[in-house]
Structure formats: structure tokens, C-alpha cells
Design a protein around this ligand. Structure first.
Ligand SMILES: Nc1nc2c(ncn2[C@@H]2O[C@H](COP(=O)(O)OP(=O)(O)OP(=O)(O)O)[C@@H](O)[C@H]2O)c(=O)[nH]1
Length: 195
């Protein structure tokens, strides 16, 4: 089954209210010791869906970009220190018009992966605003990790690795550069927050 995105009609997509939020159960009954809710956040087109698909299915969603509508989730069980950890990973829509839908889901998330695109300066500049929003809506003890995605696009890079590191240090959060296309650091990022 193809993931999220095209599952709503255009009319519903325009509406953008929680009434049309997508919720789909995935792989129920898989054994696990402990479960965590993780949310992927960041501007539209930074690669949230692609990072999730890379982690879950080991594949890259190339081709035409289709923006996420509302919110969707996937489960994956990983082994961490001899425990089976179920990550319920929520893929949010980066577009501003869906913000009220996604805010409702922040509260019970234990971890947040905040993404920007290393080839898109505004997506990096908006990280501060995302962190302000996170502090308003998420739990106080939420685990946050900053990811600079599309690290495979070296020729188009406009955000230096050091700038990502500096920002992460300022906010006291871990940082990695990832590529949903090549898979670099994607699994590592999810395993790090699961740990
Ligand atoms: N080269 C490269 N392209 C990527 C990478 N990750 C995502 N893309 C491309 O970037 C575009 C946007 O990716 P999405 O994963 O749909 O972005 P998103 O953050 O989920 O966007 P919204 O759903 O609007 O919030 C797509 O055309 C992807 O193919 C990556 O690591 N490298």
C-alpha cells in the first residue's frame, strides 16, 4: 500500500482540519517490551516522509514531491540493549495550514526528530521557530534531535555542517546529517532516540 499523502480528496486536503486527519493502524500484534511515540517535524519538503520510509522500508521515495496531508504514522520494532522497542513514528505535514492538526499530537510524543534540508536555508532558519513551537506544545522532558537531511546533495548545500552543530549545541540537542536517498545515518538517528 502506498503511504499517506494521496489518501485524501483535494477538498478534504484544502480543509485541513482534524476531522480529516489520517490515522492508520500498522502491524498490530508485533511483540515488544516498551513503546515510544516519535514525531517527525520540520518545514514542508525537508524529507520527513522520505526519512520515515527509508527507516521503515529501506527504500527512497524519489520522483514528484507530494506534500503530506494531515498526519500519518508507521510502527517499527527495533532492538535496543536487548529490549524490543516499538517506535510509533508520526509523520506530520510541514505546511503551515496543517499546523493546528499536528499541534494536537505533540503532547504525548516522547521524542521529536526535527528536520531541515541542507540545501534550503529558510528550512534551517525556521528551526528556531520550530523549537519555540515545540516548547509550547510538547512535554517538558521530550527528547529532541536535530537532523540536517539531504546530505547526499553536496553540490547544492547551503547550510554548513558546523552551522547545524552550532545550533544544536545552543539548544542542547543532539545533531546528525542524514540522507533519505542513500540511507546515511537514518537508522542511527532513530536508534539514538530509542536509546
Ligand atoms: N536528494 C535527496 N532528496 C530527498 C531526500 N529526502 C527527501 N528528498 C526529496 O525531497 C522531496 C520532499 O520529500 P518529503 O519526504 O515528501 O518531504 P516532507 O518533509 O515529508 O514534506 P511535507 O509532507 O510537505 O511536510 C521529495 O521530492 C523527495 O524525493 C534526501 O535525503 N536526498
Amino acid at each position: 500500500m502506498s503511504m499517506r499523502k494521496a489518501s485524501l480528496t483535494d477538498k478534504q486536503a484544502k480543509n485541513g482540519t482534524s476531522k480529516y486527519v489520517l490515522e492508520r493502524c500498522a502491524s498490530i500484534n508485533e511483540y515488544y517490551d516498551i513503546a515510544f511515540k516519535v514525531m517527525l517535524l520540520g518545514d514542508s519538503a525537508v524529507g520527513k516522509t522520505c526519512v520515515l520510509v527509508r527507516f521503515k522500508d529501506g527504500a527512497f521515495l524519489g520522483g514528484n514531491f507530494i506534500a503530506t496531508v494531515g498526519i500519518d504514522f508507521r510502527n517499527k520494532v527495533v532492538d535496543v540493549d536487548n529490549l524490543k522497542v516499538k517506535l510509533q513514528i508520526w509523520d506530520t505535514a510541514g505546511q503551515e495550514r496543517f499546523r493546528s492538526v499536528t499541534h494536537a499530537y505533540y503532547r504525548d510524543a516522547q521524542a521529536l526528530l526535527l528536520l531541515y534540508d541542507i540545501t534550503n536555508k529558510p528550512s534551517f532558519d525556521n528551526i528556531r521557530a520550530w523549537l519555540t513551537e515545540i516548547h509550547e506544545h510538547a512535554q517538558k522532558d521530550v527528547v529532541i534531535m536535530l537532523l540536517g537531511n539531504k546530505s547526499d546533495m553536496a553540490a547544492e548545500r547551503v547550510v554548513k555542517t558546523e552551522d547545524g552543530e552550532k545550533l544544536a549545541k545552543e539548544y542542547g540537542v543532539p545533531f546528525m546529517e542524514t540522507s533519505a536517498k542513500t540511507g546515511v545515518n537514518v537508522e542511527l538517528a532513530f536508534l539514538a532516540i530509542a536509546k
